[in-house]
Design a protein. Structure first.
Length: 257
């Protein structure tokens, strides 16, 4: 044993900031990697900003039985508004990434779908997992471009759903030094955590050199990445940061062999 860590010498681009991105960076360092945290997306307010403020005020006052959160960016919005979730209001997260972001931001999570990490997957498991009588009062926070799959499905089940646009996604330009490092092959891997991130990676850094691994956090993200024109080299077995890092460790071992 030489004591060398699995990702020693690897430079990994983490294109998300906030608690989630910095937590992933810390986990990468444990494996020996040198992470580069460079947020490539951010959120901006929408014309529905007053509606969001009112909904979050009702949330703090206990006006909802449930809140559904379908992206890590929504967690950033909650944090920026210092949103308070009372103990009686339960929180449903669309998947492990969103769940991890909620926990990192100091929120609890009551329900994460065990199968498909998507709005459809959350909807399919809703009744069995929550055992909720109808109607439940549910606050559904979403982006400006999200399809109302969850909202429409919950309403069809008889629930009272208030669907509020929490943010619109905007791209964040990366530093020129990072662009140069990627184009010249000095970055070993890029983590892709959503379709929005994939679009920015392709727009700002594409075409990604063949020697740089593009690692997606799950099959849905991989599909969105390919649709954006981005090459996909690795897909995490589970939609979690831990699984994503494991996929890099396995790839590094394969390269050594």
């Amino acid at each position: 044993m030489n004591g060398r860590k699995p990702l020693s010498g690897w430079r990994v681009l983490v294109p998300r900031g906030g608690p989630w991105g910095h937590g992933v960076a810390a986990d990468l360092r444990v494996q020996g990697a040198s992470p580069i945290v460079a947020p490539m997306i951010n959120f901006a307010s929408t014309a529905d900003a007053p509606a969001l403020d009112q909904a979050l005020a009702r949330l703090a006052d206990g006006g909802f039985d449930w809140m559904s959160v379908t992206s890590a960016t929504t967690v950033d919005v909650l944090s920026s508004h210092r949103a308070r979730v009372p103990a009686r209001t339960r929180i449903a997260a669309v998947g492990e990434t969103t769940s991890a972001a909620l926990v990192a931001a100091g929120y609890r999570v009551d329900f994460v779908p065990t199968g498909d990490n998507s709005a459809s997957g959350l909807l399919r498991e809703w009744t069995d997992v929550t055992q909720a009588s109808t109607p439940q009062r549910i606050l559904a926070l979403r982006s400006d471009i999200a399809k109302p799959v969850l909202t429409d499905g919950l309403r069809a089940l008889g629930h009272e759903v208030e669907s509020v646009v929490a943010y619109r996604t905007v791209g964040v330009p990366v530093d020129e030094a990072i662009r140069n490092d990627v184009s010249e092959g000095r970055v070993d891997a890029i983590l892709v955590t959503s379709g929005s991130v994939a679009e920015q990676v392709q727009l700002q850094l594409g075409p990604v050199p063949e020697g740089t691994l593009v690692a997606c956090i799950g099959p849905r993200t991989a599909t969105d990445a390919r649709a954006a024109g981005l090459r996909v080299d690795l897909v995490a077995a589970e939609r979690s940061a831990e699984s994503l890092i494991t996929s890099l460790v396995e790839a590094a071992a394969e390269r050594q062999r």
